[in-house]
Design a protein around this ligand. Structure first.
Ligand SMILES: Nc1ncnc2c1ncn2[C@@H]1O[C@H](COP(=O)(O)OP(=O)(O)OP(=O)(O)O)[C@@H](O)[C@H]1O
Ligand SMILES: [Mg+2]
Length: 321
C-alpha cells in the first residue's frame, strides 16, 4: 500500500470520530482486555445466553476473534465437519452469512479460526470487520470475544462495536484498560463507547487489610472518569468448574442457578439491554416483532402466542433462585 507525502502547510483533515457501527437490525458488543484471564470469554459467552433469554425476540451471535475455540466447544451442536467454514472464510468472503451456525441455547456462533496470525495480517484496515458485519444479512446482536491483545483484530472489534465491555479484575487489568482508552483515542473512537465491568470480584479481598479491593478499584475507575456498568461479577468456584471441569464449558444460566454470579449476570444483561435500547442500538422489547406476529396478536389479542408462554415459563424456572 502506498503512502502519501506530507503536505507541510495543509494539515490533514480527519473526522473527529469514526462512523457509527452498523445499524439496521444489528448491534455489536465487544469484550476486550489486554490482560489475559480476566474473564472476557466467560462474560462474552454467558452474557450472550442471558441476553438471549431475557429478549427472546433478539437473535444473538457470538464471534470469537481468538483461536482458543472455547466458543466453539460451548455452542457447537456437532463436531466440526470437514470443509466447514470459520471466521477466516467469513473474513475472506466479507460476510458471516455462510459461516454463522445456530448453536446450543439458541445462540448463533461463528467457528473460530484455527490460527489468528493470518487473519491479523488481513485485518490491518481496522474498519474491515465493521464492513463485514454491515454486509452480513443476518440480523441481531453480535457479541465479539477478543484475544488479550490490542492488535489489529481487537482494533477491528473496537471499530465495529456500539459498546466495548472491558473486564477489570485487579490493579494490573485496570492499568491495561488505560491502554484500551489510548488505542481508542488513536482510532478516534469515542471513549464513551466503553463500559468497565468488574469481574472475578472476591469481596473478602482487602488492600493492606483495610479497604476491599473491589471498592478500591471502583474508586480508581471513578477517579479516572471511566464509564462503568454498576453490576460487578463475583469470583465463583462454581463458574470455574463449569468452564474447566468438562470438555464443553457449561452455561451459568443453566448450571449455576442459586449462585451470586447467576443473579449478577442477569442484572448485567438487564443493564446492557437497557443501555443498548437507550443508545438506539436495539429496539425496545417488542420492537422486533414480525408483521405476521403483529397481525396474529391483533386478530386474537387476549392469548399470547404459545411459544411466548412456554418461553416465559422456562425463564421463570431459570430465574427462580
Ligand atoms: N466469575 C468467575 N469465577 C471464577 N472463575 C472464573 C470466573 N470468570 C472466569 N473464571 C475463570 O477464569 C479463567 C479465565 O477466564 P476466561 O477464559 O473467561 O478469561 P479470558 O479473559 O477470556 O482469558 P484469555 O485472556 O485467555 O482469553 C478461566 O479458568 C475461568 O474459568
Ligand atoms: Mg478468552
Amino acid at each position: 500500500m502506498g503512502t502519501f507525502p506530507a503536505v507541510p502547510d495543509l494539515p490533514p483533515v480527519r473526522p473527529t470520530t469514526v462512523p457509527s457501527p452498523p445499524r439496521r437490525g444489528k448491534a455489536t458488543l465487544a469484550v476486550s482486555c489486554n490482560k489475559g484471564g480476566v474473564g472476557k470469554t466467560t462474560v462474552a459467552t454467558n452474557l450472550a445466553i442471558y441476553l438471549r433469554a431475557l429478549r427472546e425476540d433478539l437473535p444473538v451471535a457470538v464471534v470469537s476473534l481468538d483461536d482458543q475455540r472455547t466458543v466453539d466447544r460451548m455452542f457447537a451442536l456437532r463436531p466440526p465437519q470437514p470443509g466447514e467454514g470459520n471466521l477466516k472464510h467469513g473474513w475472506a468472503e466479507r460476510s458471516l452469512d455462510r459461516v454463522l451456525q445456530l448453536g446450543q441455547y439458541g445462540i448463533h456462533f461463528v467457528p473460530s479460526p484455527p490460527d489468528v496470525t493470518l487473519l491479523k495480517a488481513r485485518a490491518e484496515d481496522p474498519t474491515t470487520l465493521r464492513r463485514i458485519l454491515e454486509r452480513t444479512t443476518w440480523e441481531g446482536l453480535f457479541v465479539l470475544d477478543t484475544k488479550s491483545d490490542l492488535e489489529s483484530l481487537t482494533e477491528n472489534a473496537f471499530h465495529a462495536a456500539d459498546r466495548i465491555l472491558v473486564p477489570v479484575a485487579d490493579w494490573a487489568s485496570l492499568e491495561e484498560a488505560a491502554k484500551t482508552f489510548r488505542v481508542l483515542e488513536r482510532g478516534r473512537i469515542p471513549a464513551e463507547r466503553v463500559r468497565i465491568v468488574l469481574t472475578l470480584v472476591d469481596r473478602r479481598t482487602r488492600v493492606d487489610g483495610a479497604e476491599a479491593l473491589h471498592e478500591r478499584l471502583e474508586r480508581e475507575i471513578a477517579r479516572r472518569g471511566w464509564p462503568r456498568y454498576a453490576t460487578a461479577l463475583s469470583r465463583s468456584p462454581r463458574v470455574e468448574t463449569l468452564n474447566s471441569g468438562t470438555e464443553r464449558p457449561r452455561s451459568i444460566l443453566h448450571h449455576a442457578r442459586g449462585t451470586a454470579v447467576h443473579a449478577e449476570l442477569r442484572a448485567l444483561a438487564e443493564e446492557v439491554l437497557a443501555d443498548l435500547v437507550a443508545i438506539g442500538a436495539i429496539p425496545g422489547a417488542g420492537g422486533l416483532e414480525s408483521d405476521a406476529d403483529r397481525r396474529a396478536r391483533a386478530a386474537d389479542p387476549p392469548r399470547p402466542p404459545l411459544a411466548r408462554v412456554r418461553g416465559t415459563r422456562l425463564l421463570e424456572t431459570f430465574w427462580r433462585r
